[in-house]
Write a protein that binds this ligand. Structure first.
Ligand code: PLP
Length: 444
């Protein structure tokens, strides 16, 4: 325990008010406490066998009912609790592949998605032997309808859209695309991992949120993370399927073994019921009213931050839902700004320029209720950071790839800069280089 305590103390970033990435927090200490207590009560119960541990069924049913109501599903909607957005997307993609095969098709099943689709979906295609065809977005960060529809073919197994996408925080034109997909009998997945626990409540508050859920005919599945804007401990997400037949394609059953009968609705087998208990407890504690209040807080904070940035000459890279803000400055190198802010303890992301739709390189913030406390200090630190040189040698932006990877491996350049550096070195075989660096970092 001493070793653990030393490690926890040595974490560079502890102040949640300063995270504009990775962390989703309400600022209410009870939210965290309830999640921990609930987890503790069920930590040693195994969701592998829900006939022995029926609490696993209880929690999953309750969570599926809530998720279904928020996503405006029906009696036939089926929900599967998963470990996170990635697992939810894996199941959604698997359902589409099995649906494709059930139609007797033998080609390589293809997923059509705008370039803003989360990379976890592309990872799912990699795992399941599928292909992804990316289609362009407009300067507002949303999928362009025509090129997407024109890409439909006999080999299309799935169209995947976001509500909203992580990069720009924009909701794709789902209501415009889904009917066309339905006409061609192609399922549509809506990735609401980021927005699923925010958008319904923002809409209840009267915000004009575009339809994105099962209220649109043609939407076959939706992924939504509890561990993002549901503020539950990490390890909690849900994938919803429009009906039982589509959902059951992902349920894995194996009776043909000398061992136990294996029945998995998700990717994992043995897992703690604690994850389900913690998610259920936190979601009940906050409740619909609580989520509506948090959505309102996020909206107010986003507005204050937008105004602050605007008065310093920044512009939004695209319009967005309040949970994601992206800013660039026509005269300032954001690389210096981000490094200066990191020195002051602020965690955020940099996005590279996207030349297709003409979206400039920008800083990326995910807004949480807790930022209400820190927004003023943040704006103040931005103002101070604007005038400072970060000491970063921008020549590195033109460095040769091997040198860049070497510097990354030695930790002599900040990984925060990675997206921008990669953009500046276009022919780098980036994935291969990074695979090597990362495996070196984890070498015992
Ligand atoms: C976070 C996120 C994911 C992946 O979720 P994990 O929980 O990190 O696996 C997928 N899609 C979107 C839009 C996300 O924001």
């Amino acid at each position: 325990m001493d070793e653990l305590k030393r490690l926890a103390d040595a974490e560079m970033f502890k102040d949640e008010t300063r995270f504009f990435a990775y962390n989703y927090s309400t600022g209410d200490p009870f939210v965290k406490k309830i999640g921990q207590e609930a987890y503790d009560l069920f930590v040693d119960k195994n969701a592998l066998d829900f006939t022995v541990f029926p609490s696993a069924i209880y929690f999953e049913k309750k969570l599926a009912a809530l998720a279904t109501s928020w996503m405006r599903g029906s009696e036939s909607t089926v929900g599967v609790f998963t470990s996170g957005g990635t697992e939810s997307l894996l199941l959604a993609v698997l359902a589409a592949r099995e649906h494709y095969r059930a139609q007797g098709k033998t080609g390589t099943p293809e997923i059509i998605a705008p370039e803003t689709i989360h990379p976890s979906l592309i990872k799912a295609a990699f795992y399941f032997g599928m292909r992804v065809r990316k289609t362009p977005i407009g300067s507002d960060g949303r999928a362009l309808i025509e090129p997407l529809i024109e890409s439909l073919s006999d080999e299309t197994a799935l169209i995947a859209l976001s509500a909203p996408n992580w990069a720009y925080g924009t909701i794709d034109p789902i209501a415009e695309i889904a009917p066309e997909a339905a006409r061609c009998q192609v399922p549509v997945h809506v990735d609401a991992c980021l927005g699923g626990m925010f958008l319904p409540f923002a809409r209840m508050n009267g915000l004009p949120i575009a339809d994105f859920d099962f209220s649109i005919a043609g939407v076959s599945s939706i992924s939504m993370d509890f561990h993002k804007y549901g503020y539950t401990p990490k390890g909690a997400s849900m994938v919803l399927f429009k009906d039982f037949d589509y959902a059951s394609r992902t349920t894995y059953v194996n009776t043909q073994t000398p061992g136990y009968v294996l029945v998995n609705r998700g990717v994992q087998s043995s897992k703690s019921v604690g994850h389900l208990a913690a998610a259920y407890a936190v979601i009940c504690y906050i409740g619909t009213e609580g989520y509506r209040e948090y959505a309102q807080k996020i909206g107010k904070t986003a507005e204050a931050i937008r105004q602050g940035f605007s008065s310093m000459g920044f512009r939004s890279a695209t319009p967005s839902e309040d949970i994601v803000l992206t800013f660039y400055h026509p005269e300032i190198e954001i690389v210096h700004l981000a490094l200066n802010l990191k020195k002051r303890g602020w965690i955020l992301h940099l996005l590279k320029a996207n030349s297709g739709p003409g979206i400039p390189a920008c800083i990326h913030l995910t807004i949480n209720p807790i930022h209400q406390k820190s927004a003023n200090q943040f704006l103040h630190d931005i103002e101070r950071s604007l005038k400072e040189d970060s000491g970063f040698n921008t020549e590195l932006l033109r460095a040769d790839p091997a040198d860049l990877v070497k510097k990354l491996a030695e930790s002599s350049i900040d990984p925060l800069l990675l997206p921008v550096l990669l953009e500046a070195v276009p022919d780098i075989d980036a994935d291969t280089h990074i695979r090597r660096v990362v495996n070196l970092w984890f070498k015992p």
